[in-house]
Write a protein that binds this ligand. Sequence first.
Ligand code: FES
Ligand SMILES: [Fe+2]
Length: 481
Amino acid sequence: MNAVTTKIVPAAQQVTSGEKGLSYRGYYKHDLVKPDYELTSTMHGTPMGEYMRRFWQPVCLSEELKDLPKAIRILGEDLVAYRDRSGNIGVLHRYCAHRGASLEYGIIGENGIRCCYHGWAYGNDGRLLEAPCEPDDSRLKKTVCQGAYPAFERDGLVFAYMGPSEMQPPFPEFSTFTYPKDNRLVPFSNIYPCNWLQVYENIMDHMHTAVLHNRMVVSGTDDDVAKNLSLEGFGDMPVMQWEVTRDGNGIVFIAGRRLPEDKVWIRITEMIFPNFLQIGSLFCTGGRERHGTTGMTRWNVPVDDEHMIIFGYRHFNSEVDPDGLGCEEDCGVDKIDFLDGQVGDRTYEEGQRAPGDWEAIVSQGKIASHGAENPGFSDTGVYKLRKQLRDILAGKVKPYQLYDRLLTEGKSLPIYTQDTVLNIPELPTALDRKQILDLGKKVLAAMQAGDEVDADEREEFIRREMDKIDGGCQPLRPAAE
Ligand code: FES
Ligand SMILES: [Fe+2]
């Protein structure tokens, strides 16, 4: 009987080179799939977790705090949030310091919360106020406390500071929160069952808008088209560049698109590390805006290493959405008013037929594997972002001085996010591409020139800077028309 012998060769020795070696490689690719824990893990004590804990983070919406405590999980910590009967916010460790019953079953009091099990009552700062089962001379109140974090509400979001007390920073007030004067901040959350970083990175991956979202225009239903932001311009592949900002503490993409009638649309989106960003107009037609401001603020908050929540504000005002296409009622807990596929509220089949950001990002895995990627030019922003985060964690980047000074002086912070349409004659293809890159740099420089200008005068100043770029051509149509 002839025995067939199979020699077992380790995978590493079976790698061949050349074009032939690129066929049927399924078996050999498994070793590449490893989470990049340095950037993705935000648990207590990890480098990224400690960095995140130096900033105020949104932890829930105000509307989620009713008459019962709310169990929340942020940065891998089980917490409970509540509004006490005096109207103040408490964010405490969830499990009672006595013997661990969850405070989500607690009783909200006048000034704090009381555990359901043996009645220990805690103030919002975590001090033990009462222990009714203990003798009067018990010293427990002098020695025990519940873990607690400073917290407050602002325009419908609840913020907490989860870092060391002595390093608590002021809350960053961005000038776009109150500009233009009719701006209304409407809170929302979008829940993603995956790591925070792949959701954050999606913003620097701007070229996907011309593919992922444009596909919905091509193959979706009329309803998809109506809700899609790719009505005009977004479907075109942009001329892209990325710049590190804020002395290494931020990054922008600058997307330039040639439009009909000798117009060029420059869109800039800025992220400020570790997890903040603002996005420009969500309903930009790419045709008539002279200069526009923020449509959305987002914090990408880790729940734990495999879950995250985008908390943020939609900005409603006559400048960023002059046609009133946004809908305040469609913004709230796990919902947003633009573009299907921002949350996991659709059937599997609907997601397959018209995938959105949620389907694309969640399908990258619980923690997207960086080692298995094959990056190209379009990923430049994603890779620059990761490098900056690594440099920050390694201590190579100092905190942004201007922001520290503005916050200390009680001033609001500027951001470079914007959309501007310039009137610039078209050149032959290669020259036009270079011209658009140069225009993008000039628009960013105009925004940066406004850094030190008082918030009340900044927008006018920036508009004058934009006028210098194309010779002060009149807007084709005033933004508020
Ligand atoms: S476990 Fe909370 S009071 Fe006993
Ligand atoms: Fe997207």
